[in-house]
Ligand binder design. Structure first.
Ligand SMILES: CC(C)(COP(=O)(O)O)[C@@H](O)C(=O)NCCC(=O)O
Ligand SMILES: [Mn+2]
Length: 868
């Protein structure tokens, strides 16, 4: 074991073997050992600040100027000399693997039509008359290659022109030659392969210190990604909520080819306190010699069928099958790794490769766990984060390390793992660019997506090549024999190595969306959890079945929405495969993509459709239903107007529920209508709500005959109404783009709606001439439309559009409608203003589970603030 001295051998080449590159979110099998010279001499590096050196590609800030009002929260910054599509690439070239992190710019070029501009102005978002401009918006991609296959990596960079700012950059289009391009790189390979990069790509590698990068990467992940760190004990993965104010100090253990142990005290403040030369490279190297395995993952896979008791000398072997309980050791505890082989009269070939692999894995994992714990003890640290590609998301490895930390610390210290385990160094190198744009990012600006399409080859090529192979394997169970001091066999669930397709899917693409905000009316954003029910394995199984059962119908609709062409059919097929693979992967390991609730699952389906270029699967169905509903709206409005106020309010609420598919025979399982009525009609007569945000759900009857008449009633009472709709299509939900057209049609039959829509800038003709002058008093309170920032049937209030956040500032009533927004999510969410949740329960199981009720029951849940 390496101690904390300067004599650790420097580990470098871990060897290659195995298959091609792997990209986050694409099919591809990761092979090879851990990262570079991380276990190099355990020098007592002084606390260091991460250096920031300038190099290209970077933002060209020359001539930068703020336009508009200097007091704006997000003032427009114009960079006249900056090309639109910038891209950064950073590398961590380790002994076994090359890790790439690259950024692609995807600025939101959303059209700023008259309606949007008018709404933004009314919401106070356009002080100074210019819209705010996202200074940074784009995607962070994570890709890895084997160091032994460096030329594949170079081909990848070259094919995507990552070294020149991406395929979309103007310099690439104009065929300009790169001159003096510098790419940030860390790991030993940054030195070793510098000439090759210059020769093949014409770029210089600017070396960044490996430890600096590891720490910067880990700190970024722990600060910015909600579900990054998790514990793994006895097969159970549990995500840990990191308190930003109580993160430091911690111990960071990076298990690459070798192991670095770093005490982290803050951003840029750390000390490499130890290391060990017994790491991933050791496991892979010894394993390869002893088993003839061709790849790291093959070796790891072998271990899962292994029985180490044929090789390791156990306490029971020494004590005649008994525990040595006086010192807390069970009979199954390993007394001496490989100890049994000394007394056997056997050759290497007499041992099963499976058993050898498991003995090796246990020996090395325990050793890493133990050394880490001793260093934690040395500095009084309770939290140890493990990273590096040795871990490989492998459940048994994590369980073994956790066991060692827990066992030796008697439960005092906690082992935690990072989902982006292998990318710490590359991320840190990325962050060493002078302008990487990540500094100001907050958790709510990042959305992780799990695309199936590869960045390397197009999804179409991939599916043509791989066809139905893109499925996840069926998990296999192992006997559980956990005992005092250890467990004999791999017991962790999900310890099956994922197949080619799914292994790559643990880390998604990080979308950086600076326009997202936390909804300001959330009572306690830190405690907020959007999902109403926790998906345990049974719930997962149930919803997987629901989604699988709906899949072929959805594919039919999606294909029809694109004209039923051959291309659409192929994409439909590919979508079905991809989504099924996601489901299979999650079924195998529900926590694979982070903490994943029903809302995430429903959103994944929509994202997957979008990935396969289905813009709006329900487009024609929505249109048909809108037209049919608009045709009966005048009669409904007439009927409502003939009622007294009290009867009308009841009819309106019932109408919303009915249109959300209401069965008249059903009962209300939560019925706060009287309380709502009291507030609306009796309590504060003459004191109407100032502004109501109505979160609308489905197209057709739901919005036209349900929510719009309810909005009209509020407007009639003098309440400003903001209709909040999806930014992107999801099922048959109405979108913010579609709503103004629907409102304009509805307004043809109703003066209240017309005046309010004019005042809110939804109808322009009648406003011609006075539109741009806000000094003119509108004749009615306004009716506005804002997008919610979502493309899902549910809503996560931690990440909403800045438009919605602005609209919320003056709101004193929220109405959440539909199952997705008020039942699957937000049923238990508390807000800072009165809230009405309206939904029809369209699922028997949920009705029973949540309310002991029945399908088609309704909820009308009113939560006035003064009662909370
Ligand atoms: C499909 C939905 C998520 C759509 O959300 P909604 O429009 O109801 O808000 C929801 O209606 C639902 O979960 N329905 C149950 C589907 C089923 O049990 O088959
Ligand atoms: Mn819906």
């Amino acid at each position: 074991m390496a101690a904390n001295n300067n004599s650790d051998p420097i580990l470098d080449e871990g060897g290659g073997g195995g298959v091609k590159h792997e990209a986050a979110g694409e099919a591809g099998e990761g092979k090879g050992g851990g990262g570079g010279a991380a276990a190099a001499a355990a020098t007592q590096a002084p606390a260091a600040m991460l250096p920031r050196s300038g190099s290209r590609p970077q933002l060209d800030l020359s001539g930068a100027a703020i336009h508009g009002n200097l007091e704006d929260r997000n003032p427009t910054i114009l960079l006249p000399n900056q090309s639109d599509d910038i891209s950064h690439l950073a590398l961590d070239i380790g002994g076994s693997l090359i890790k790439l992190v690259y950024f692609s710019r995807h600025a939101e070029h959303s059209s700023e039509d008259k309606r949007k501009l008018s709404t933004k102005r009314r919401l106070g978002m356009l002080n100074g008359g210019r819209r705010s401009y996202p200074v940074l918006g784009g995607r962070l991609h994570f890709v890895k290659f084997e160091t032994g296959k460096l030329s594949e990596c170079l081909d990848f960079i070259s094919s995507k022109q990552l070294h020149r700012g991406g395929v979309d950059s103007p310099s690439w289009r104009s065929g300009a030659q790169p001159d003096n391009i510098v790419i940030k790189a860390t790991g030993g390979g940054a030195f070793k392969y510098a000439d090759l990069f210059k020769e093949r790509l014409g770029v210089s590698l600017e070396k960044e210190d490996e430890m600096d990068c590891l720490v910067a990467g880990a700190n970024f992940l722990l600060k910015s990604i909600r579900h990054e760190a998790f514990t793994h004990m006895d097969g159970q993965k549990e995500y840990v909520q990191i308190d930003q104010n109580d993160l430091f100090p911690f111990l960071l253990v990076n298990v690459g080819s070798g192991v670095s142990i770093i005490k982290v005290d803050g951003h840029g403040k750390f000390q490499r306190v130890s290391g060990t030369n017994v790491g991933g490279g050791t496991y892979w190297g010894l394993g390869r010699l002893m088993t003839k395995c061709k790849s790291f993952d093959e070796l790891l896979e072998l271990s899962q069928r292994g029985d180490n008791s044929t090789i390791d000398m156990l306490v029971g072997d020494i004590y005649g099958g008994l525990d040595y309980s006086k010192i807390g050791l069970s009979a199954s505890t390993i007394a001496s790794s490989f100890g049994k082989t000394i007394s056997d009269d056997k050759e290497l070939s007499d041992y099963r490769p499976e058993d050898i692999s498991l003995s090796l894995l246990r020996m090395i994992s325990y050793n890493i766990g133990q050394i880490s714990y001793l260093n934690a003890l040395r500095y009084g640290l309770k939290r140890i984060f493990f990273g590096g590609f040795f871990i490989r998301g492998h459940a048994y490895t994590m369980d073994t390390i956790s066991f060692a930390v827990n066992f030796w610390s008697k439960g005092e210290a906690k082992a935690m793992f990072l989902r982006h385990e292998g990318f710490l160094g590359a991320l840190g190198a990325f962050m060493s660019y002078e302008k990487h744009g990540l500094d100001d990012l907050r958790i709510h600006h990042l959305v992780e997506r799990f695309p199936m399409g590869a960045p390397y080859i197009s999804w179409m090529e991939k599916f043509v090549q791989k066809g139905t192979q893109i499925t996840a394997p069926v998990p296999v169970g192992f006997p559980v024999t956990t005992g005092m001091g250890g467990f004999e066999r791999p017991t962790a669930k999900g310890d099956i190595l994922r197949s080619d397709a799914s292994a790559a899917l643990n880390v998604g693409v990080l979308h950086l969306v600076p326009t997202l905000d936390v909804f300001p009316l959330l009572e306690d954003p830190k405690m907020y959890e959007p999902n109403t029910i926790d998906l345990d394995l049974n719930e997962y199984k149930y919803w997987f079945k629901v989604l699988s059962d709906h899949l072929s119908d959805l594919v039919d609709k999606a294909v029809a929405s694109e004209g039923g062409t051959d291309d659409a059919k192929r994409r439909g097929d590919a979508f079905a495969h991809a989504f099924s693979a996601h489901l299979a992967r999650l079924m195998e390991e529900p926590a694979a993509y982070g903490k994943f609730g029903l809302a995430n699952l429903l959103e994944l389906r929509e994202e997957c459709l979008r990935e396969f270029q289905f813009v709006d699967a329900y487009v024609s169905i929505k249109q048909r239903e809108n037209e049919a509903s608009l045709a009966v709206l005048p009669d409904l409005l007439m009927e409502l107007d003939s009622m007294n106020e009290e009867a009308r309010l009841l009819a309106l609420i019932e109408g919303v529920l009915a249109a959300n598919i209401f069965d008249w025979g059903s009962r209300a399982c939560i019925d706060d209508f009287d309380m709502f009525k009291k507030r609306m009609l009796a309590d504060k007569k003459g004191q109407p709500y100032k502004r109501a945000l109505l979160f609308v759900d489905n197209s057709g009857a739901d919005v036209v005959l349900g929510m719009i008449p309810l909005a009209r009633e509020l407007l009639r009472n003098g309440t400003e109404v903001v209709l909040v709709a999806n930014s992107l299509p999801a099922l048959n939900d109405v979108t913010a783009n579609e709503l103004p057209g629907i409102v304009a049609e509805a307004a043809k039959h109703c003066g209240i709606l017309r005046k309010a829509a004019e005042a809110g800038g939804l109808i322009f003709d009648a406003m011609a001439g006075i539109q741009d002058d806000l000094k003119d008093e509108p004749v009615s309170v306004p009716l506005m439309v804002v997008e919610n920032g979502c493309g899902s049937p549910c809503i996560d209030f931690r990440q909403v559009s800045s438009e919605l956040a602005a609209a919320a500032k003056d709101a004193d009533l929220l109405i959440l409608e539909g199952m997705g927004r008020s039942l699957h999510t937000n049923l238990n969410a508390r807000f800072k203003c009165d809230t009405l949740k309206l939904a029809m329960v369209k699922n028997q199981r949920l009705a029973e589970k949540l309310f002991n009720g029945n399908i088609y029951d309704c909820i009308c849940k009113f939560e006035p603030v003064h009662l909370t």
